[in-house]
Design a protein. Structure first.
Lengths: 333, 381, 322
């Protein structure tokens, strides 16, 4: 008794569609696809660790406890102790902090250094983000085969493993110095009439060096996360009418946010605590919190140095905190 | 036509271990709690004879895999015991147990050749190199992969990997083979083919196989007995015919699919014959000797979709019929599934495929379906 | 003509072939970003290349350009031999520092590999406090080296011992290397199928044999990578080591030379040499990885499988020896 009239175009009223959600859910529960079960199995299969886990983990954490945690704890401790001519003695005091917070000092070296270092770090983070993102984007989206992506990534990465010292030296003298290649280049082209000394041992060159040294920390997480962006989701976004900028903002950027956060944290923390680069490139003309503390140490002012270091740590933690808050805020937006 | 499932379930082995005859596998009050508080397996009792093919069937998370892993020694029970031929296995690590497991994604050793994979168990038994190779090649011959003996697993297709996995476990001559979703990774047609091959293999080897799956068809096709599990407990243990025609609980009826569940109240209980009526007036009668429920109490029955038929000759309503609206006529080659709705409840009727011409395009019409009292199954609540 | 024959000769509309010129669209973004990438690489490699170039100057070579020839290996020789061309070089100290660096870096590589492996083994399961443990590892990554050096110095002073290369600098350097190695091992374990170990145990291998025969062969590349990290990071470290040693490692030696004397091209030669060591290691790893990926083999044909044509098992051929 099938009707022989041609099928008519149904006028679909979405509200009238009866989809038995309950039954669909039940069907899924009862006849779960293998993929679901596999996923569940993986999550539940990671059994809680027993003594075996402890045995594996103990040596490493004891080592780290002794060589990482104990030294840091000790910095805090010593900052409350009193200095002696040979070092320090366990006499509790707050004077070290008092000295640093003294109005005289607030105007001077330590906090000035803190400020400078802070500015340098912020610049480094921003610059690494701006200059590093296109690199990560290029590798993740514009290079075809995965093995080529990785090969190029390693090539870009390799300089990181070389001594930052030699790179700093190479940066400072042959390239950026008064008689360096850059200045000679500019002179030859008559862009400047005098060698620009600012390129040499200056805040600028320190900052440029920092970028070069730490940009890896931004490129790596970004590269990794960009590689995880679902290409199909991008196509879907295009399909639904997004142009490149909107797709970028709505789809790609949120997914790379964690990478930006991680990279920023690393770069911020490591540049604030920088010592070697500043010493080599700054050559005394530039100082940072690190060099300041080093001066104290050289002057056998351990407790003072420790207190200064504690403030540095506080500044680091504050910075990390701000960065993560900022990221969350952006996610809300 | 309702098949003649006349109450008795031929060949059904006992569910509970009535005799610890000392032969075969016994799970006694087997329980597994996880530290977080989840109970994965709750008081499971099962006896399996040597040479039996038993399938643990159930939805994901029901505890079937955990049970299997406990038998194999990859999980420790928190309660109960596991006996093989009278000896407790619980204290033994996997390599000391006479059971071997075939894992879901085959778990072949990627850095070793096929031959070395198959010979691994023998190597652990300290068999000499020449002897090892000979027996491994024999096993490979059995699964038809001798030419691939030097390949690495990643150069094999899924079906080939599975056969290597089988050869690898059989070479060690286990007393029982445990299989965790062995056919899950295969393409559909190969799955169907491998069901036959695996079952034949088991028959000819005469080995106890315990096979875990969530695929109802697979269980029906391969098992001597099916153990249906849900939420850590056993729902029903019976041979495939019984499971398919006489599900014992609502979960089994729903999970096996193609069952119509009628949920209602007892309106009559005369001499072991219950009449159950649901809220839409559909009434079903069932023989339930010994059931003393009074009218008004809850009851649950199920009718197999294949047992129902279309009753178009206009006879009136009444017991064991329902008036329904046709939602979808699904043609599946050899059969037609008629999706119906009656007062909001979904019902299903399966008829032979040659009925399709008379059913096509009748969506929206009202038809009457009918079934026999003997096909009504009372479900435990 | 018959209708058929006529039809055969007449051109039908659908026979007309339309040729469209399809210009492949240029991916401007790709070329632009590619150029940027090249610039980026130049930015990173330029200093080293310049330094390398300047290291080949002759005796009158200066700190910077222009290149004062003749091209020679004079300055290269000066880092190995104590007396070259009538001047005394720093070769002795450089050699001593270099040897020290080499040994401590090798040791650091071993230590980092060991701890990265053991700590990552612990992380294969969930455990109470694994969050804190992970943060401790991240702390190791994020602590400025200089702070660590300071703290270590204070700690050992309080304990009454002197700091030294092997007692403290080694430890402090491994603190920086372990997180890197750990992350590498985490990636390795992620790709690893735990069931393989269960299968091995099932087939009769006890814990030790499973580890030896199955686990180790599959993860040793990660361990090697961790060792590489440990080595290179220590080879180049300055911040952590500077406060903790009396005898120089190579980086300390370099800084010392910079600060004590005028920069001469021997420094460039030294810098280029140390850089080459690192780069050689990195690129050799790159080559090995690439070669292994190439040899992986092609995708396996599955058509027969999909058609269900495969799968015959012949039980008659089952192993017969009992």
């Amino acid at each position: 008794m099938s009707s022989s009239s041609p099928p008519e175009q149904p006028d679909i009223d979405v509200t009238e569609l009866e989809i038995d959600v309950a039954e669909l859910e039940e069907a899924e529960l009862l006849g779960a696809a293998p993929r679901v079960e596999r996923a569940l199995g993986d999550v539940r299969g990671r059994k809680g660790g027993g003594w075996v886990t402890l045995a594996w983990g103990l040596p490493g954490f004891v080592w780290l406890g002794f060589y990482l945690v104990a030294p840091l704890v000790f910095i805090v401790l010593v900052s409350f102790w009193t200095r002696t001519d040979t070092g320090f003695v366990r006499h509790w005091t707050l004077s070290n902090y008092g000295v640093l917070l003294h109005p005289f000092n607030l105007d001077n070296s330590y906090w000035k250094n803190m400020e400078t270092s802070f500015v340098t770090s912020v610049i480094a983070v921003a610059a690494c983000l701006v200059f590093g993102f296109p690199v990560a984007y290029f590798l993740a989206f514009k290079v075809q085969k995965l093995q080529n992506q990785i090969a190029l990534f390693i090539i870009a990465l390799a300089p990181f493993w070389t001594s930052f010292l030699t790179r700093s030296v190479a940066w400072a003298y042959p390239l950026m110095g008064r008689e360096g290649a850059l200045n000679q280049f500019l002179l030859k082209l008559h862009i400047v009439s005098q060698p620009v000394s600012a390129f040499g041992f200056s805040q600028l060159s320190v900052r440029l060096a920092m970028i070069q040294l730490y940009i890896l920390f931004m490129v790596t997480p970004l590269f990794f996360l960009l590689g995880q962006v679902d290409r199909h989701a991008l196509e879907a976004a295009r399909d639904l009418g997004g142009n490149w900028w909107r797709t970028f903002r709505e789809v790609i950027l949120p997914q790379t946010m964690p990478g930006i956060v991680i990279g920023s944290i690393f770069i911020f923390v490591l540049t604030m605590g920088e010592y070697g680069t500043v010493t080599v490139i700054g050559q005394g003309a530039v100082s940072s919190v690190g060099t300041y503390i080093q001066q104290l140490v050289l002057g056998i002012q351990y407790p003072q140095g420790a207190a200064a270091a504690v403030f540095l740590v506080i500044a680091l933690l504050a910075g990390v905190f701000v960065i993560t808050r900022f990221a969350n805020l952006r996610e809300e937006l | 036509m309702a098949p003649d499932a006349v109450g008795s379930t031929e060949g059904a082995a006992p569910a509970a271990p009535s005799e610890h005859s000392g032969s075969g596998l016994d799970l006694i009050s087997l329980t597994k709690d996880f530290p977080g508080g989840t109970i994965a397996v709750d008081d499971v009792n099962l006896h399996v004879d040597h040479g039996e093919y038993v399938v643990l069937l159930g939805p994901s998370g029901c505890g079937k895999t955990t049970t299997l892993r406990m038998i194999g020694g990859h999980e420790f029970p928190t309660g109960g015991d596991i006996l093989l031929d009278g000896h407790s296995l619980v204290g033994l690590p996997p390599h000391k147990r006479p059971t071997t497991t075939v894992f879901q994604h085959f778990a072949l050793f990627p850095h070793r050749s096929v031959l070395d994979n198959v010979a691994f168990g023998l190597k652990m038994e300290k068999v000499q190199k020449e002897e090892r190779r000979k027996r491994a090649m024999e096993a490979l011959d059995m699964v038809g992969l001798t030419e691939l003996s030097q390949r690495k697993p990643r150069a094999l297709s899924g079906g080939q990997q599975q056969r290597v996995a089988l050869a690898r476990v059989l070479v060690t001559k286990p007393k029982a083979l445990l299989l965790d979703e062995p056919l899950g990774d295969l393409d559909r047609l190969l799955q169907l083919r491998m069901r036959v091959e695996l079952r034949n293999l088991q028959r000819q080897l005469g080995l106890m196989f315990i096979h875990v799956t969530h695929n109802q068809e697979e269980a029906l096709s391969m098992a001597d007995r099916i153990v249906v599990m849900n939420e850590a407990r056993i729902q029903q243990i019976a041979d495939p015919l019984t499971i398919a025609t006489k599900p014992a609980t609502e979960l089994v009826a729903r999970f096996m699919g193609d069952n119509n569940i009628i949920k209602g109240k007892v309106v009559e209980n005369t001499g072991g014959r219950l009449v159950v009526e649901d809220e839409h007036g559909v009434r079903a009668s069932v023989q339930a000797p010994g059931d003393t429920r009074a009218p008004g109490s809850q009851a649950l029955v199920s009718v197999r979709a294949a047992a129902a038929r279309i009753d178009d000759d206009g006879s009136p309503g009444g017991l064991n019929t329902a008036a329904c609206e046709v939602v979808f006529v699904e043609f599946l080659g050899d059969l037609v599934k008629l999706h119906l709705t009656s007062g909001g409840e979904r019902l299903l009727v399966k008829v032979p495929g040659d009925h399709y011409p008379s059913l096509r395009g009748r969506e929206g019409e009202t038809i009457r379906i009918r079934w026999e009292e003997e096909d009504v199954q009372l479900l435990a609540s | 003509m018959t209708a058929a024959a006529e039809a055969a000769t007449t051109a039908r509309p659908q026979d007309r072939v339309i040729k469209r010129q399809l210009k492949p669209k240029r991916d401007w973004a790709k070329w632009g970003l590619g150029a940027y990438f090249v610039l980026f690489l130049v930015f990173l490699y330029a200093p080293m290349i310049l330094m390398a170039m300047l290291s080949f100057q002759g005796y009158y070579g200066g700190v910077t350009f222009p290149f004062r020839g003749p091209t020679s290996v004079f300055w290269w020789k000066s880092i190995f031999e104590t007396q070259v061309g009538g001047i005394f070089t720093h070769a002795d100290e450089i050699g001593a520092a270099g040897r020290r660096s080499l040994w401590v870096s090798l040791a650091a590589g071993a230590v980092v590999a060991f701890f990265s492996f053991t700590i990552s083994m612990a992380f294969r399961r969930r455990f109470r406090g694994d969050g804190i443990a992970f943060y401790v590892i991240m702390l190791a990554l994020m602590t400025p080296g200089f702070l660590l050096g300071l703290g270590t110095q204070l700690l050992w002073k309080a304990m009454g011992f002197n700091t030294g290369l092997w007692l403290t600098a080694l430890g402090a350097n491994t603190v920086w290397g372990i997180p890197f190695g750990f992350l590498v091992m985490l990636a390795v374990w992620n790709r690893y199928d735990d069931h393989i170990e269960e299968a091995a145990r099932d087939l009769g291998a006890n814990l030790a044999r499973t580890f030896r025969e199955v686990t180790l062969p599959l993860v040793w590349t990660g361990v090697f990578g961790a060792a590489l990290f440990g080595f290179t990071l220590t080879w180049n470290d300055f911040d952590r080591t500077v406060l903790l040693v009396l005898d120089n490692t190579l980086p300390l030696e370099i800084v010392g030379l910079i600060q004590a004397s005028a920069i001469r091209p021997d420094l460039y030669a030294l810098g280029t040499a140390t850089t080459l060591v690192t780069l050689a290691l990195i690129f050799s790893v790159l080559i090995v990885v690439t070669v292994r990926l190439r040899l992986r083999g092609r995708r396996v044909e599955r058509v027969e499988e999909e058609l269900g044509l495969e799968g015959a098992i012949d039980v008659a051929a089952a192993p017969t020896s009992s």
